[in-house]
Design a protein around this ligand. Structure first.
Ligand SMILES: *[C@@H]1O[C@H](CO)[C@@H](O)[C@H](O)[C@H]1NC(C)=O
Ligand SMILES: *[C@@H]1O[C@H](CO)[C@@H](O)[C@H](O)[C@H]1NC(C)=O
Ligand SMILES: *[C@@H]1O[C@H](CO)[C@@H](O)[C@H](O)[C@H]1NC(C)=O
Ligand SMILES: *[C@@H]1O[C@H](CO)[C@@H](O)[C@H](O)[C@H]1NC(C)=O
Ligand SMILES: *[C@@H]1O[C@H](CO)[C@@H](O)[C@H](O)[C@H]1NC(C)=O
Ligand SMILES: *[C@@H]1O[C@H](CO)[C@@H](O)[C@H](O)[C@H]1NC(C)=O
Length: 487
């Protein structure tokens, strides 16, 4: 009997019915691997039909093990129902069912548990995604999971083999970096799904991207303040700033309309104001809420109300996640530089201004008690966050925190009484990858590193070194020698 190579097997399991729009997004090697795999399969048919049967059965089991469809298994191996299950790694739940007679009552609204969080880049999305990950975990939601790593093919369109399929091809939540594609998402998520994302001021976004993606190397800018240099004349660098991924026909520009790119607007449309206007007003209609990093607390209080969630759900750790220091972080561009940037990133500015106006309009529609809640939220957030840090720093907590006294937050106009316990604390302090590990473990889905999508930062480094760009990290093995220098 022929045993297929593991990577071949993964490729082979691709559904032939969904092939149309994926082949153009595979590297040549990858395409070759496909043919090899198909050849191997055909050989297997000839040699031993049973081999096919065996592998197709295996594939089915893999698919069936999707999070929501699997019964939740508690620590001791007993099956528990979805409602009662609260394994040791669970997020906290409300111990007390006391309700206040206000808006919080479940009669007035029903918590929304289907959502797509488009995780944008360099926007504080690591802090925000923690909220959505905790919600997905504590409510046992079916997560659309990348096959390997945390990127859902970003910055490329997802191919069928890039994510873990459920049998009915329906999901509750998305938590990944992904280029927003409404048409695609509507085939995976039901109509009542909430679309959420986060953006930030395009000027600070440029500084953050400049640092994180080592853009000065790509742009061949050697000055101490590359942002200042760049903003003298952004157009001068256009040929360098655009990274073109030929195997997917995708152009990405870290200096220009990067926010809009993540939300599905193509880099090529930078000069087309009318198209941008139409696209952004469509986004405004599609999205339930786009959070603004500059107004994160306001955004989250609004999120809580729009999603009908509990205050506990939207609390976050005040220590920012994935934050970096660099010399030009606090650089304030001159008026002229800003004017250049506004023209260069016209689409991102339109996006930001639109969603800023939209945020304040939605807040105004909430009535004055919104600000009371905001004030209360900030107080609770600070108290809980400090409490959690104190708890997690205790020596006995390094091993097991479960016996720590929780912090009780009394019922208020906006929340029932709740407890911030060790599980909540761990949940808020955990990084994104730790939660992903948890999500995958619960769904019994292995993280297949050979399907990890190459980070754009690594592809840019390849461009700087004159190497071809790649879709998957695993395609890059064997030529590491050439890439010895850090940048
Ligand atoms: C599983 O649950 C049953 C009934 O609730 C109980 O008798 C049994 O001890 C449990 N098994 C374990 C391993 O905890
Ligand atoms: C409501 O809260 C009070 C005080 O915290 C508690 O004694 C009581 O049992 C709670 N009621 C319910 C129904 O849980
Ligand atoms: C969006 O998804 C649809 C449906 O899968 C696909 O046909 C289309 O090409 C995608 N658009 C982009 C820009 O990738
Ligand atoms: C690549 O994308 C551009 C811009 O979206 C489009 O105009 C062009 O036709 C595409 N080329 C191919 C070969 O698909
Ligand atoms: C970043 O810089 C700030 C102020 O310059 C400093 O307080 C902080 O400790 C630095 N953080 C890191 C991680 O270096
Ligand atoms: C966001 O909108 C508010 C209200 O319209 C306005 O006062 C504020 O200046 C805007 N912020 C930015 C950064 O444009």
């Amino acid at each position: 009997m022929i045993v297929l190579e593991k990577s071949m097997y993964s490729t082979w399991s691709t559904r032939t019915t969904c092939r149309k729009h994926q082949d153009h997004c595979l590297r040549p090697q990858q395409a070759k691997m496909n043919t090899r795999a198909i050849f191997a399969v055909m050989l297997a048919i000839v040699v031993n039909g049973a081999a096919i049967y065996y592998y197709s059965q295996r594939e089915m089991t893999l698919q069936i093990e999707s999070p929501k469809l699997r019964p939740q298994i508690s620590q001791n191996g007993n099956q528990t129902s979805e409602e009662s299950s609260s394994g040791q790694h669970d997020q906290p739940h409300l111990k007390d069912d006391n309700r206040t007679e206000t808006v919080m009552s479940s009669k007035s609204c029903h918590p929304r548990s289907k959502f797509v969080f488009i995780k944008t880049h360099k926007t504080g999305s690591c802090t925000a995604v923690n909220i959505f990950q905790r919600y997905a975990i504590s409510h046992h939601l079916s997560v659309l999971m990348p096959t390997g790593g945390n990127l859902l093919s970003w910055p490329f369109p997802p191919a069928e083999e890039d994510y873990v399929h459920t049998p009915d091809e329906q999901y509750d939540v998305l938590l990944s970096h992904m280029v927003y594609n409404k048409t695609w998402l509507q085939t995976k998520f039901p109509a009542n799904t909430a679309y959420i994302s986060i953006i930030r001021n395009p000027s600070s976004h440029l500084r953050s991207a400049m640092n994180y993606y080592h853009l000065p190397k790509l742009l061949k800018i050697k000055s101490k303040n590359p942002v200042e240099t760049f903003l003298q004349d952004p157009w001068k660098y256009k040929d360098l700033s655009e990274a073109y991924f030929d195997f997917c026909n995708v152009t990405w520009d870290g200096t220009r309309n990067f926010l809009s790119f993540d939300l599905g607007y193509p880099t090529e449309g930078a000069e087309d104001k009318e198209r941008a206007r139409r696209y952004i007003s469509e986004l405004e209609a599609d999205f339930t809420l786009v959070l603004l990093l500059e107004h994160l607390d306001e955004s989250l209080v609004l999120l809580r109300r729009l999603m009908c969630w509990e205050m506990l759900d939207v609390l976050y750790d005040v220590a920012p996640k994935n934050s970096r220091n660099y010399s030009y972080k606090k650089y304030v561009p001159t008026a002229e530089e800003l004017a250049n940037l506004r023209r260069w990133k016209a689409v991102d500015y339109l996006l930001y201004d639109t969603f800023n106006a939209s945020l304040w309009r939605k807040i105004a529609a909430q009535g004055p008690d919104f600000y009371e809640e905001l004030h209360y939220f900030r107080e609770v957030k600070k108290r809980v966050s400090e409490f959690c840090h104190r708890m997690m720093e205790k020596r006995e907590c390094k091993k097991n925190c479960q016996h720590q006294q929780p912090l009780v937050i009394k019922a208020s106009k906006w929340s029932r009484q709740f407890e911030a316990d060790s599980m909540h604390c761990r949940g808020t302090i955990y990084g994104e990858s730790q939660h992903w590990k948890n999500i995958r473990e619960r769904a019994s889905v292995k993280d297949k590193t050979e399907w990890k999508v190459m980070k754009v930062a690594s592809n840019l480094r390849r461009i700087v070194h004159g190497l071809p760009t790649l879709k998957y990290k695993s395609q890059g093995r064997g030529i590491k020698g050439k890439m010895n220098s850090s940048w």
